[in-house]
Design a protein around this ligand. Structure first.
Ligand code: ADP
Ligand code: AMP
Length: 214
């Protein structure tokens, strides 16, 4: 099963992608996590991406598309994958379609997690991220067992620089301008499913599973 998670920053794409990956036994591929790992590792890609990320802007398509196309050609992606944070622009969606069509295949579902902007601002200020293993928490809705410490790997949790309110507003504008058009794009292809992302995490996941079936 090949699934794309759509939705505004903070809508819950990562939270649900982890569950989808576990339920359908497919890899979870987050472009944001890939960039953060590159920033941490001090790579050239990380240095280039950081400027855009810190400003709340999108990393240019040419730095993202090849990276994802290479990743989905790896062996562990044979039975599918869940893409979290990609595509974010129409050219990215077209690059993905072309790569998938080249192997005679297609994306099965684009899941849009729908959350209004007002709720996004609240959610992002409470998000805490583990930059070691990519796990995500929320101070109120999904707290770690010990405050400030990742349940999975024990590393310190941080408030991402791009989750500060002023940057979140920029990211929401970028989302509406550049990423939201993907909803119509996938609707036109007949593979869009929409879930109400304001519900609790378990309910959002059960709605997704119901729509994906299998
Ligand atoms: P995204 O990957 O779309 O940016 P995340 O999955 O990181 O979003 O979720 C953003 C924040 O909101 C995190 O702190 C997460 O724990 C929290 N969150 C995710 N889904 C829900 C939900 N259904 N209800 C409340 N908080 C949620
Ligand atoms: P995320 O972890 O998905 O919230 O992504 C964090 C940041 O990484 C975004 O605000 C962008 O700057 C960058 N990014 C992640 N995925 C993409 C993408 N597909 N296209 C462009 N930029 C991206």
């Amino acid at each position: 099963m090949k699934v794309i998670m759509l939705g505004a920053p903070g809508a819950g794409k990562g939270t649900q992608a982890v569950r989808v990956a576990a339920a359908y036994q497919i890899p979870h591929i987050s472009t944001g996590d890939i960039f953060r790992a590159n920033i941490k590792g001090g790579t050239e890609l990380g240095k280039k991406a950081k400027t855009f990320m810190d400003a709340g802007k999108l990393v240019p398509d040419e730095l993202v598309c090849d990276l994802v196309v290479d990743r989905i050609q790896q062996d562990d992606c044979k039975n599918g994958y869940v893409l979290d944070g990609f595509p974010r622009t129409i050219p990215q969606a077209e690059a993905l379609d072309a790569a998938v069509a080249a192997i005679g295949d297609k994306v099965d579902y684009a899941v849009d997690i729908d959350v209004p902007d007002e709720e996004i601002i609240t959610r992002m200020s409470g998000r805490r991220a583990c930059l070691s293993c990519g796990a995500t928490y929320h101070t109120k809705f999904n707290p770690p067992k010990a405050e400030g410490v990742c349940d999975t790997c024990g590393a310190a949790l941080v408030l991402r620089d791009d989750d500060k309110p002023e940057t979140v507003r920029t990211r929401l504008n970028v989302y509406h301008e550049q990423t939201q058009p993907l909803i119509d794009y996938y609707n036109g292809k007949g593979i869009l499913v929409t879930v109400d992302g304001t519900q609790n995490m378990d309910k959002v996941f059960s709605d997704i599973k119901e729509k994906l079936g299998e």
